[in-house]
Ligand binder design. Structure first.
Ligand SMILES: [Zn+2]
Length: 66
């Protein structure tokens, strides 16, 4: 045991960007998430539930929010 207990992973995310996820059908931004630029180079594209379309649709990343 090297006594490495609870190493805090959050190191001031300079590589973390905040992005929105918009429904590709109705263009509403339904989700906000963060992405680590280093780990994930390509833009996010996820199938998520859209409250406007009331079904699962493709969501894709928009530019960072701020
Ligand atoms: Zn939608």
């Amino acid at each position: 045991m090297a006594g490495q207990e609870g190493g805090i992973m959050a190191k001031k995310g300079e590589h973390r960007i905040t992005v929105g996820l918009v429904c590709t059908v109705c263009k509403n931004r339904n989700y906000v998430t963060t992405r680590n630029k280093l780990n994930t180079e390509e833009k996010l594209k996820l199938s998520k539930y859209c409250g406007h379309c009331r079904k699962k649709t493709d969501h894709r990343e928009t530019d960072k929010l701020k």
